[in-house]
Design a protein around this ligand. Structure first.
Ligand code: V47
Length: 353
């Protein structure tokens, strides 16, 4: 049976077929991915009114792709006080945010309490705001730093009010590439183990993939298939987020951005392969807004959110430092022919705009 026939029958593709998807014509891939998107989500494009907060950039690890952490390339270390973070949440709550997405560097100086107490304080003062916080890379860092098991850190997160985990830190699972781009931090298997434990605790999370640096197509396919395997076991992932690598101010020497075609093909392939992860998020921050809108025709059904402030990818060259106004966000989705649906962090529909 040909690959196209297998997809037509909605049969699962394994590695040998999956890698050949890249050889298909761009518009054939779009049409297949769009058909699957429509079956699952019709013309709805989900987004969230949210606020990203990155409380410290002091990091004990050095990932070659990272321009955010304080280092030789970025000699401006900062660590926010809890009062500063609460002030941000207070101001953003006036804009109707439903979620704070809190991700930090691996700061060895602040103490475990600094990491966890802020979640409790946010929950006490803003009980209706969903706290999405701590990547598996941070969970691993905290576990090593404070000699606690992953389960113990996860229990502390839950006790402190963390509602869901973001998908960061996955980067690329292939061990050789991973060693080159972020050797020394959470391993691929540890990343997957942490999400498995989080799912087992009855909570949901997302999964990212950083692509467009030194990895090859086969590493992307391998990454997606490892996620699909875990999702078969746990069903805990809500969204897959392919993050397009930004190349400024970091230690990886990558001169060219991926072509728009390669980015869109990767989005479409993720929609086809990840038959058990319901949402494919085109994160406009890294793909650019224009390509994220186009990605809606290539299987993506989620555009993340208004963000308000973004520090990680903008440090590496993305034009996202100030988020996007809600009206503009809604208009862009409508003008591209889709229905903007505001969602909460767990994909319950809040409002059709
Ligand atoms: O894991 C770091 C990435 C991630 C660069 O779960 C870079 O809903 C591009 O995970 N170029 C953090 N990317 C952000 C993240 C995320 C974003 C939006 C939504 C969700 C979600 C999660 O940022 C890191 C890393 O892969 N990153 N440096 C760079 N130069």
């Amino acid at each position: 049976m040909s690959i196209l026939e297998k997809i037509e029958k909605r049969q699962r593709l394994e590695y040998d077929d999956a890698i050949k998807l890249y050889d298909l014509d761009l518009f054939d891939l779009a049409s297949i991915a769009n058909e699957i998107r429509k079956e699952k989500h019709q013309d709805k494009t989900y987004f969230n009114i949210n606020r990203h907060i990155n409380p410290t950039n002091v990091c004990k690890d050095v990932c070659a792709f990272c321009a955010y952490s304080a280092s030789r390339k970025n000699p401006n270390p900062y660590t926010m006080s809890h009062e500063q973070i609460l002030e941000i949440v207070k101001n953003s709550s006036k804009n109707g945010i439903k979620e704070v997405h809190i991700v930090s560097a691996h700061n060895p100086d602040t103490g475990l309490k600094w990491y966890l107490d802020i979640f409790r304080k946010i929950k006490e003062q803003f009980p209706d705001i969903h706290v999405k916080a701590l990547t598996a890379a941070e969970v691993h860092f905290l576990s090593k730093q404070y000699n606690l098991t992953y389960e113990e850190i996860i229990n502390k997160m839950i006790e402190s009010g963390v509602d869901s985990m973001p998908g960061g830190g996955a980067e690329i699972f292939d061990e050789k590439v991973r060693k080159r781009v972020c050797g020394g931090k959470v391993t691929s298997q540890q990343w997957l183990d942490i999400h498995k434990l989080w799912h087992k605790s009855g909570h949901e999370s997302n999964a990212t993939m950083l692509f467009g640096h030194v990895e090859q197509r086969e590493h992307r396919i391998d990454h997606m298939l490892r996620l699909r395997k875990l999702q078969d076991e746990t069903q805990g992932f809500n969204a897959f987020i392919p993050l397009v690598y930004q190349k400024e101010n970091n230690y990886l020497r990558v001169k060219e951005f991926l072509t728009g075609q390669e980015i869109l093909k990767t989005m479409a392939i993720s929609r086809i392969l990840l038959d058990n992860i319901p949402h494919i998020k085109a994160y406009w921050v890294t793909s650019t807004v224009k390509l994220a809108l186009l990605a809606q025709e290539f299987g993506a059904n989620d555009l993340d959110g208004t963000i308000e402030k973004e520090s990680i990818q903008s440090a590496a060259g993305a034009k996202s430092a100030n988020g996007m106004p809600l009206e503009q966000f809604v208009d862009l989705i409508k003008n591209s022919g889709f229905t903007p649906v505001e969602r909460d962090s767990l994909y319950n529909e809040i409002k059709f705009w």
